[in-house]
Design a binder for this molecule. Structure first.
Ligand SMILES: Cc1cc2nc3c(=O)[nH]c(=O)nc-3n(C[C@H](O)[C@H](O)[C@H](O)COP(=O)(O)OP(=O)(O)OC[C@H]3O[C@@H](n4cnc5c(N)ncnc54)[C@H](O)[C@@H]3O)c2cc1C
Length: 335
């Protein structure tokens, strides 16, 4: 039997879940990823003293399939439980330091982007290939073009898993069916990665919704006890959606200055001297208004849009969307 050739655009949780599902049923899968690394917003930045997780901070599971995935990842040492001392901005500080997480929180191990490693299999992954155009050759085949004048294919099916605005840009020229993606609303997020020469003298490792400027601040290492903190002490700060929108085009130095000042105000402690600091702007960080269905089919079921933005704002939504896009592709091509 001639093998079925599938292209997947994006190597985040959605794309790799779809790729691994299709590879397992014998399809010939090729993944295209514009970045140097895999994981997308499950992101980690390497430094000379360890990693910062500057995208997704932790993962929870409500769907039994995703819960099983996290357990499998933990058994492969690609995930670990995280129980930070959490301070919630909406509860007085004296009451709120403690392991307040109600459900199990997981992180990738040893860093966040490793959470996708159980999905990486013997299919081809082209890194640093940004797909700029999907060309329809005939009713049943498609060719992809990248930003370096490369041409790939033909493919029998394509799954696009970029954030909603980027997926819409690729798919709108093919069919009006994809116009619905335009209704999805995504918020940006400024992230600051600050390493302090001395441990930040707070009782908590993570703060949730502490101020209008910062929605999250967390120590980016695990397993240090209070008396043996790592030096430098790495923290990730996430600006709130509104603050990130209002300051989207600010330069990085200004963002760093503002978010460190906000951290000082909400933590009430004197910030130790900085060892290093960087900022990263996520233009499309968290879904505010999802599509409302797990994927979007078009071109006779052969070109499918998928991503966290179909169902929500969480890694679990990405996993579920990747799975259902793959099942829809199998239904179209194998029946
Ligand atoms: C700051 C921040 C904090 C978050 N916190 C949490 C959290 O605590 N818990 C939680 O569950 N979720 C969190 N999330 C959301 C979570 O990260 C996402 O829901 C999930 O990772 C999305 O996976 P995805 O595969 O759908 O998209 P992505 O991870 O964005 O993957 C899409 C991939 O497509 C690639 N791509 C885009 N365009 C092209 C192109 N033209 N050609 C080739 N490749 C392309 C991108 O480089 C990317 O790798 C957070 C996100 C951010 C940014």
């Amino acid at each position: 039997m001639k093998s079925i050739r599938i292209a997947i655009i994006g190597a985040g949780m959605t794309g790799l879940k779809a790729a691994s599902t299709l590879h397992k049923v014998g399809m010939d899968v090729t993944v295209f990823e514009k970045s140097r690394g895999l994981g997308g917003r499950l992101a980690s930045r390497r430094t000379d003293f360890g990693h910062f997780n500057h995208g997704a901070q932790y993962v929870t599971a409500r769907h039994p399939g995703f819960a099983a995935y996290l357990e499998q990842a933990a058994s492969h040492n690609a995930a670990q439980n995280w129980k930070p001392n959490l301070h919630r901005g909406d509860i007085p500080a004296m009451q709120s330091a403690g392991n307040l997480a109600l459900d199990h929180w997981y992180q990738g191990a040893p860093q966040m982007n490793k959470l996708i490693s159980p999905l990486v299999d013997a299919f081809t992954i082209h890194k640093q290939h940004r797909i700029t155009r999907i060309e329809q050759l005939d009713r049943k085949s498609f060719v992809l073009h990248d930003d370096l004048d490369g041409e790939f294919g033909p493919f029998d099916g394509v799954i696009v898993t970029a954030p909603a605005p980027q997926t819409a840009e690729l798919l709108r020229p093919l069919s009006a069916r994809y116009d619905a993606i335009g209704d999805v609303v995504t918020a940006p997020c400024w992230a600051v990665m600050a390493a302090f020469e001395q441990p930040l003298p707070t009782a908590f490792d993570a703060m949730l919704h502490p101020s209008p400027a910062i929605s999250w601040a967390a120590r980016s290492t695990q397993s240090d006890d209070l008396f043996h903190r790592r030096r430098p002490d790495p923290w990730v700060l996430h600006a709130s959606p509104q603050w990130s929108r209002d300051h989207l085009e600010d330069d990085k130095d200004r963002v760093i200055e503002n978010l460190l000042a906000a951290l000082r105000d909400v933590s009430g402690v004197k910030l130790p001297q900085l060892h290093s600091v960087q900022a990263h702007r996520w233009r499309y960080a968290r879904t505010e208004q999802p599509l409302g269905s797990s994927h979007l089919n078009g071109m006779n079921g052969r070109v499918i849009a998928a991503g966290d933005w179909c169902l929500g704002a969480r890694v679990e939504a990405a996993w579920r969307s990747g799975q259902s896009a793959a099942h829809a592709m199998i239904e179209t091509l194998i029946g």
